[in-house]
Design a protein around this ligand. Structure first.
Ligand code: DC
Length: 231
């Protein structure tokens, strides 16, 4: 069977990465979480003191971009690749609410996007990749054979993210998560460079009222149909 490129886009906390991981495991494809890369650059900027609630020294971040090395290393015990920033495993840190609050600002910077998009395109050069993000079907892989756009209500998404963070032991309230989801929706879809939009040829799926199993079965069927169509 021919290997294809699968682009999965959508708003934050729609469960894109869960679907993308399941699909990649089932098809033996590589899974790339492009949001993890934006989060790792944000963490770097936080560590260097370039960004905080009231400060954003984006010139310093831009000039430091060549010093930021991002790689994914597959963790066979977990069954997915973890994010390494300059040799350090940052998989846990990049999921914090602090990073979530600042990442949309970093993702607005064109120089950051250019660097990350280039690396993402390299990772998909041999196809057989499932990548999730905001601009995968529109900018990173505009020729992807399969493009999915995942959606769910903001309340459902905030509830899912809230439960995830509580499970990890983070001290957060539903209200601040809900506000963060709405804030990121706004910035991600109104920024000038590569805003989150639905590609013309994307299939839209609203999973607000679907179980994980229903969703996976639905998407897996769509994927196999597409692979057969292009093979
Ligand atoms: O998918 P996520 O919530 O982990 O993404 C974190 C942020 O990174 C999100 O608010 C917007 C940004 N992002 C982006 O601009 N483009 C991508 N391809 C992926 C993420």
């Amino acid at each position: 069977m021919k290997k294809i490129t699968i682009a999965i886009d959508g708003f934050s906390s729609t469960g894109k990465s869960t679907i993308a991981k399941q699909l990649a495991n089932k098809l033996h494809y590589v899974y790339v979480d492009s949001g993890a890369m934006y989060r790792a650059v944000t963490l770097y900027a936080m560590q260097q003191g370039f960004i905080s609630k009231n400060v954003f020294n984006f010139d310093k971040l831009i000039s430091d971009l060549p010093k930021i090395n991002l790689i994914f290393k597959f963790n066979s015990a977990l069954g997915f690749a973890e994010m390494y920033l300059n040799g350090m495993n940052v998989e846990n840190e990049i999921r914090s609410l602090e990073v979530s609050k600042l990442v949309s600002k970093v993702a607005e910077i064109s120089e950051v996007r250019r660097k990350l998009v280039e690396q993402q395109q390299q990772m998909g050069i041999h196809k057989g990749v499932v990548m999730d993000g905001r601009d995968i079907g529109t900018v990173v892989f505009p020729n992807a054979e399969l493009k999915l756009f995942i959606n769910a209500s903001a309340e459902k998404r905030a509830q899912r993210r809230f439960e995830e963070l509580i499970k990890r032991g983070d001290k957060v309230t539903f209200d601040e998560i809900f506000k963060n989801v709405q804030y990121r929706d706004h910035i991600d879809s109104t920024r000038e460079d590569s805003p989150l939009i639905i590609a013309d040829d994307a299939i839209e799926i609203d999973n607000s009222d679907m179980t994980l199993e229903e969703q996976f079965n639905n998407i897996y069927k769509i994927t196999l149909d597409k692979i057969n169509e292009v093979s």
